[in-house]
Structure formats: structure tokens, C-alpha cells
Write a protein that binds this ligand. Structure first.
Ligand SMILES: Cc1cc2nc3c(=O)[nH]c(=O)nc-3n(C[C@H](O)[C@H](O)[C@H](O)COP(=O)(O)OP(=O)(O)OC[C@H]3O[C@@H](n4cnc5c(N)ncnc54)[C@H](O)[C@@H]3O)c2cc1C
Length: 371
């Protein structure tokens, strides 16, 4: 894809977007399509952020976001353009269980209980990766590139430069300059850390309104357990585990369980992703992975009745998983400073919130009201 130049002369505007999750890529793509020169910086080696897929010898695990729902017409339109990577996943199978695995009546409002659930395929990271492809093809994405701090560009009045390193190679430090705008699309604690490391958190700083906004949201961590049971494929085994594929749980350790192989276009090996509750994850945030895995495996057995030894078991800790208190506005844009913020935390804890936030920040910098 070639990006068209805008007739408004915006093609000369150079924008750095920090973060290649849903918010960052939506923002970057919207600006690139409007003719701006956009460069994306991402500290990981891939796209999608918390829309993540862990590949193992037994198949993939969506160890971050599990599925998404669509409530906003703009998001609905966007995913229509990506039908190749999006498939519905049976919502009717999501139930609520007590600590012993008994089904409880759902508390969800009926319109939400009925709404369609979608997953990206072959893994949750596929959607953002697909949307990022035109930017990557144009050489406008730097992966494995963590932005450590930003500073005024010494050769461009009012401009910014980014100081980066490579998390896999401490020697690989670089400076990228000449940006008119820097848009930060990371979880809010990481955005705040970046402003602090840049000395932009001071009371008299041009970025003060951003720092102020970043003090509002709160976020909870999440420990995620991934289990594979290839032995469940044996033909003489009549059934393995519960009859349901996804459930919310009131168990004090676990809030969500999903059978990965029940999702469309996934490998068939029996695999489960288990997410600890926000409160338990917070309480055990500094526990060792071994200790967390042992505790979550016991809880998993209690809820599912699966006591078999998994062939593969690992845990992942998301430090900034789920927004508990959102900012309450879609983005933050300080035109005078050329600095902006977006991410799910502006509006909530859902993939769609990240999409809307990234879209509206891009539109605001283009001087367009959200429609
Ligand atoms: C365990 C879990 C389960 C979830 N389940 C669901 C679900 O079922 N449904 C749903 O809708 N949502 C779910 N979510 C939430 C959903 O994943 C998020 O709302 C959405 O993915 C957030 O997108 P984002 O772009 O705002 O942030 P992120 O996806 O976090 O993207 C931010 C990106 O910034 C990068 N970054 C950070 N700091 C730097 C830096 N200094 N330099 C360069 N790059 C940097 C990160 O590596 C990351 O790629 C879940 C999240 C988690 C963790």
C-alpha cells in the first residue's frame, strides 16, 4: 500500500507513535492514510501488545485478550475490512461458575450476554499485525525498539527526538529525531514512566496536562496460566474435562478459563488459558512464577475437574492488564507541545476502547472532530 499525500499540506508533519498495540497501530494507520509521515516504535519483537499470542510446541495460547465485542459503529466498520483475520467464537458457551465449577446465573445485562464474541485468527495478535503490515512494508515500524525518553530536538525548533534501546541488546542505543509530534500509546504507567524519564513531569513542564491525566486511571495486574494436555487426544479417552469451553469464575484465584482449542482456526491439542482474578493477581504480583503456577493449577483442577498432569504449563505476568478506573475521555492531546496520549485506559479495559482511543487521537491531531 502507498500512502496518499493530503491536500492540506500535512504530508510534511512527522509523527512518532510509541507502542504497536491496538491503540498505537490504529492511530498510526489513520495518520498515515491522511498523508502524514508516521514512524512506530515498539519495544517487543511483534505487534498487538496485550492482544498477544504465545506459540508453543503444543499450539498457540491467547494469553492476553481472549476475544472482543463490538459496540461502536466505527469499530464495526473497521473490522469489516479485516474479515480474513476475524472469526466469531461461540458466545453461548461462556458461563459463570462458582469455586467448585457449578454453573451460576449470569449477572451480565441481557444485551451483553447476547452480543457476539470475536477472535482474531490464527491468534489474537493477527488483527493488529495485519493492520500494521502497510506501515511495516513502508519501513515505518521499528520493532525491538524501546523508547527510553524523549527530548527537544536540537536541530528542529519545537520538534522532538526519541532515545531508544533494544531490550534484547543493551548496546543498541539510537536517537531518532525530527518529529513534530509524539503520540504515546502504551499502558498509562509506562506513559508516565516515559514522561518522568524525560523530565516532562515537572509542574512547569509543557507536558504537565499529560502527567495530570496519567494520575487518574488505575490498572490491575493479571497472572495467566497456560496448560496443554496432548494426552486428551487419545482415541480411547471418551471425554476430557468439562463440557463447556469458556467460563467466568467466582473462585477467589481465578476469574476466567478458556479452552484454546475451542476457538476457530486453532490447533486441536487440548489447551487451556486461565486468568487469575485482579485481586489475587495484585496480592501475588511479586510471587515466583513457580509458586503462582502451583496455586493456579490447584484452582484450575477445582473448577474444571481436570486433575491430569499437563505436558506444558507456564505462567505469564501482565503488570498492567485491566483498567480499573479509566480516564473518562478518549485521548489527551496537547497541540502546543505536540504530545498526545491514547490507549484502552482512556475509556476502559476493552480492545474496542483502545481502537476508539487511537482513532480519536489521530483525528484530533488532524484537526477533525470525532464522527
Ligand atoms: C490478560 C488480559 C486479558 C484481557 N482480556 C480481554 C478480553 O477478553 N477482551 C478485550 O476486549 N480486552 C481484553 N484485554 C484488554 C485488551 O488486551 C486491551 O484493552 C488492549 O489490547 C489494549 O491495547 P493498547 O494498544 O491500548 O495497549 P497495549 O496492547 O498494551 O499496547 C501497548 C504497546 O506499547 C508497547 N510499549 C510500552 N512501552 C513502550 C516503550 N517505552 N517503547 C516502545 N514500546 C512500548 C508495548 O510493548 C505494547 O505493545 C485483556 C488484557 C489482558 C492483559
Amino acid at each position: 500500500m502507498t500512502f496518499t499525500r493530503s491536500s492540506s499540506g500535512e504530508s510534511s508533519v512527522r509523527v512518532a507513535v510509541i507502542g504497536a498495540g491496538m491503540a498505537g497501530i490504529t492511530c498510526a494507520l489513520t495518520l498515515a492514510r491522511a498523508g502524514q509521515h508516521v514512524t512506530v516504535f515498539e519495544k517487543s519483537r511483534g505487534y498487538g501488545g496485550r492482544m498477544a499470542t504465545r506459540h508453543t510446541a503444543f499450539g498457540g495460547f491467547d494469553h492476553g485478550a481472549q476475544y472482543f465485542t463490538v459496540r461502536d459503529a466505527r469499530f464495526a466498520l473497521a473490522i469489516q475490512t479485516a474479515s480474513e483475520w476475524i472469526v466469531p467464537w461461540s458466545a453461548s458457551s461462556v458461563r459463570v461458575l462458582d469455586a467448585l465449577g457449578h454453573t451460576l446465573p449470569s449477572q451480565a445485562p441481557s444485551h451483553q450476554a447476547r452480543e457476539a464474541h470475536y477472535v482474531a485468527a490464527p491468534g489474537m495478535n493477527a488483527l493488529v499485525r495485519a493492520w500494521a503490515q502497510p506501515l511495516a512494508d513502508a519501513g515505518h515500524v521499528h520493532l525491538n525498539t524501546r523508547v527510553q525518553r524523549i527530548s527537544p530536538d536540537p536541530v528542529k525548533a519545537g520538534g522532538w527526538q526519541l532515545h531508544t534501546d533494544d531490550p534484547t541488546d543493551a548496546q543498541a542505543q539510537q536517537v531518532f529525531g525530527g518529529f513534530d509530534r509524539v503520540l504515546i500509546a502504551t499502558p498509562h504507567p509506562q506513559a508516565l514512566g516515559l514522561l518522568q524519564a524525560s523530565g516532562l513531569d515537572q509542574a512547569d513542564s509543557i507536558a504537565q496536562p499529560l502527567t495530570q491525566a496519567l494520575s487518574v486511571p488505575t490498572v490491575a495486574p493479571c497472572w495467566t496460566l497456560m496448560l496443554a494436555f496432548p494426552q486428551a487426544m487419545q482415541p480411547d479417552l471418551p471425554s476430557f474435562g468439562p463440557q463447556w469451553n469458556a467460563a467466568r469464575s467466582t473462585h477467589h484465584r481465578i476469574s476466567w478459563l478458556a479452552r484454546e482449542n475451542s476457538k476457530p482456526r486453532r490447533e486441536h491439542i487440548e489447551r487451556w488459558t486461565v486468568q487469575a482474578s485482579p485481586a489475587w493477581s495484585q496480592e501475588h504480583v511479586n510471587d515466583t512464577p513457580e509458586r503462582v503456577a502451583a496455586k493456579l493449577r490447584r484452582a484450575f483442577a477445582e473448577v474444571t475437574g481436570i486433575h491430569a498432569e499437563p505436558t506444558h504449563a507456564e505462567v505469564h505476568r501482565w503488570l498492567y492488564a485491566q483498567t480499573q478506573t479509566p480516564l473518562g475521555q478518549a485521548y489527551v492531546w496537547e497541540a502546543a507541545a505536540g504530545l498526545g496520549l491514547c490507549g484502552d485506559w482512556c475509556l476502559g479495559h476493552r480492545i474496542e476502547n483502545a481502537y476508539i482511543s487511537g482513532l480519536e487521537l489521530a483525528q484530533a491531531t488532524l484537526g477533525k472532530a470525532a464522527d
